[in-house]
Design a protein around this ligand. Sequence first.
Ligand code: GLN
Length: 483
Amino acid sequence: MTLDEASDKLRKREVSSQELTEAVFQRVAQTDGIIRSYITLCRDTAIAQAKEADRRLRQGPSASPLLGIPIALKDNLLTQGLRTTCASRILENFIPPYDATAVAKVRSAGAVITGKTNLDEFAMGSSAENSAFFSTRNPWDVERVPGGSSGGSAASVAADQCIAAIGTDTGGSIRQPAAFCGIVGMKPTYGRVSRYGVIAFASSMDQVGPMTKDVRDCALLLETISGHDPSDSTSVKLPVPSYSQSLTGEIAGLRLGIPKEYFTAGLQSAVDEAVINAIRQLEKRGAIIEEISLPHTEYAVAVYYIIATAEASSNLARYDGMRYGQRAVGSDLTETYMLSRAQGLGPEVKRRIMLGTYALSVGYYDAYYLKAQKVRALIHRDFDAAFKHCDAIITPTSPTTAFKISEKIQNPLEMYLSDICTISINLAGVPAISVPCGLDGEGLPIGMQVIGKPFDEATILGIAYAYEQQTEWHRKKPALSAA
Ligand code: GLN
């Protein structure tokens, strides 16, 4: 069931939140031994929340469609009283004293929290294999990765282990796993959703967003978590439109740009075909298609891996074994810091702290960090220029479908390239959504990315919805789900 369908049935009292929640946990029991979406499950509190939701539902119609709906949360979102690990040893036993704003919002809407989902440690990765605990498997083919870093959230939605999930996206971590797992995922405009209580990776790019079974659910969840938050000075004071009510399916006359830099040799042919077909469908519905250029695209991955690592090296300085999580015993303070970090942080996290520290160091700052910031501005301007004559931009979400577990883990550069289609969007701060648009020859899902103007989530949701209305891709389920 989608969130919208489940909410409807809850209101009509055809099902109770407790039944729905129990069904979700039954599904988890059947499938999570293999898939491993969840780091922490909270069945008892979930059932209690469901009973409370049923009580509220009995009192009359509720304002929120989330009331009584089982939702999974990526484990880098702070949850008061509920262990939050960020898939790192250093936070293995960390119990946050407060909720992230996005979490507080879904809680006050009456959602049932099923648990905390697996991710690449500190959200650094594209396959969920960098988790310090275990890898999550793709429900469509358990020999393959679910994508990352929000791999656990994506797999949990695809395997029906929740009704919808929340992820975070710094360079593609919502959209790429959404594409790999055949679900919808959106990175909102930077500043649309509060980052308060989101464990920081690269603060100038991190955003929270929905991971759902269809576009309507994405709109419903987005309108719940969005909005200005005095606790996050980068969250923007703008009214939040009613996204779900603006889904008309009407796209005639919209101008859609197709950037030629995204349709290059590196693209898997099935991905290329599926996205081109999807663009034709949009054209049939009256959209105006035009080729455009985003000329600085080729620098995006390099720029991202300077800026993201620089910000990460600063953000992760706080994990020194003193205030948070694991502390190793050294003979003096310096050794205690060093051992705590050496034992508590995994290899990819250390690699990024070293890269970022290097890029920020005296003598290299100008050559790397400052240069990267300048090129970031050029990438940003590419989008500004394109949006002068386009309403939205269409690309693939990922150059390939889900790859095999272990295929790329030994080669960080190759892993970094799997974000080639998503990274520029974070550098520019604009919103983008991934929607299922096909299956490859091996039956693996393909995602189409729709990129929008800043704070114009409504338009890209509308385009994604119009596309979804004409296709069945979002309804396809992995064989596992039929089991
Ligand atoms: N895969 C990218 C990285 O490793 C993006 C991660 C993310 O969006 N959190 O940094």
